[in-house]
Design a binder for this molecule. Structure first.
Ligand SMILES: [Zn+2]
Ligand SMILES: [Zn+2]
Length: 411
């Protein structure tokens, strides 16, 4: 950045003479320059002559003019008093201090306090109101679904219907005829008879070898391949055009300071790529015809001895059921379990028991609820009309066991 000074001019308001910036008195009519007469910049600042004379440079760099308070004429900063009337220059006036802004009203603080008061009021008084309102009434039930993983519902329900069924399954042991290979025959088989030979399985027997031909790919030397590639081979550079500009500002004393600023002139480079021919070795493959011997098998049927025999076995014969719709249950009597016809000699029977119990609860505004106790002992607890806490969880109905009544309540 370079700097120079040029001379401005001013036009006399009395005689219109164009005066150079160095003059404080009109060269046409000898009137002193007053405050209304502005310095003007030359039309073409670029061709304006640079100030080099020492006396003129002192004027140019002395700072702005001051205005005489008595005769209203402009005076150079480097002159002691008014050249026009002899008055002395003014002491540089200080700027009066700005009055401090009135303090801002703190509305937000007041809002906070009132909010605190409201919270304190409700925080301490509301529970008291609630307590006084509820006092004397029955114990407050906890709201339903307090625990998200709890039952779908819990109700206190009355037993409406009962049903039970006792089943005795009767099996009979009797002789059956069986046949099979030796490995199928139980050790306690009776009246075993050989029944000749039967096809048991097939064996795979080696039947000679077969020559199988195939091709195999093998590497055999290399081939040289040429290809094109790109490689860096220097740089392409250019310089951005340089531009300079001169700006002139008035010194407010008949002269102006002109500053030149320049842009551009930077060197920019990019890598240049060239196309080159390169070679590389590629492995070469050939197909080779080869052979191998593979075994061939044939199926040979094998026979084994076949037997017939008799064996004892248990099989289901009949079910005998007893059922009812009260808490009084029973098992089928011995008379009911007796076989309808006399058993053949040597034949035995055996029994096994199974039971099912059903309790139907009144729905209380919902469909009736059915529950199946596991044991007779549990079933006995559900007298018709008795109340039970029933709940459903994951689609399954269960009964919450009742707490044993306190000793004082028993009569
Ligand atoms: Zn004049
Ligand atoms: Zn004066």
């Amino acid at each position: 950045m370079s700097e120079r000074h040029i001379e401005m001019f001013w036009r006399c308001s009395s005689c219109q003479h164009r005066n150079l910036g160095r003059h404080m008195v009109c060269q046409g009519c000898k009137n002193a320059k007053d405050g209304s007469e502005q310095y003007e910049m030359p039309e073409d600042t670029a061709s304006a002559v640079t100030v080099t004379d020492a006396a003129l440079l002192r004027m140019a760099t002395a700072g702005p003019h001051w205005r005489c308070a008595y005769c209203d004429s402009d005076q150079r900063a480097l002159d002691g008093g008014c050249k026009n009337c002899g008055a002395s220059p003014p002491v540089s006036p200080g700027t009066p201090d700005k009055a401090p802004a009135p303090p801002e009203k703190k509305k937000s603080r007041r809002g906070c306090i009132s909010l605190v008061l409201i919270v304190a009021f409700f925080g301490c008084c509301c529970p008291m109101w609630m307590n006084s309102g509820k006092s004397g009434s029955a114990s407050v039930q906890p709201p339903p679904e307090q625990v998200k993983t709890g039952p779908e519902w819990t109700r206190s329900l009355q037993v409406k219907e009962l049903a039970w069924e006792h089943t005795v399954s009767v099996e009979r042991r009797h002789q059956v005829e069986r046949e099979g290979f030796a490995e199928d025959k139980p050790s306690d088989a009776l009246q075993v008879k050989a029944q000749g030979q039967r096809h048991h399985h097939d064996d795979q027997v080696l039947n000679g070898y077969e020559t199988v031909y195939f091709t195999e790919r093998k590497q055999s030397g290399y081939t040289t391949e040429t290809y094109r590639d790109k490689e860096a081979c220097g740089e392409d550079c250019s310089t951005t055009p340089k531009k300079c500009k001169e700006d002139c500002t008035s010194n407010k004393n008949g002269f102006a300071t002109c500053k030149t600023t320049c842009t551009g002139g930077e060197k920019r480079c990019t890598t240049r790529y060239c196309s080159v021919t390169k070679t590389r070795k590629e492995p070469r493959y050939v197909d080779e015809r080869r052979s191998r011997k593979e075994p061939r098998y044939r199926s040979v049927p094998r026979d084994a001895p076949w037997f017939s025999w008799k064996e004892w076995t248990w099989s289901h014969e009949r079910d005998v059921k007893a059922s009812g719709k009260t808490l009084e249950t029973r098992w089928p009597a011995d008379a009911e379990l007796r076989p309808p016809k006399a058993l053949p000699k040597g034949t035995q029977e055996r029994n096994s028991r199974s039971a099912s119990y059903t309790v139907v609860f009144q729905g209380e505004g919902h469909p009736p609820v059915t529950y199946s106790p596991e044991t007779l002992e549990e079933f006995q607890r559900f007298a018709i009309g008795s109340m039970h806490t029933v709940q459903q969880e994951k689609g399954e109905v269960s009964v919450v066991p009742a707490k044993p009544p306190p000793p004082a309540a028993t009569k």
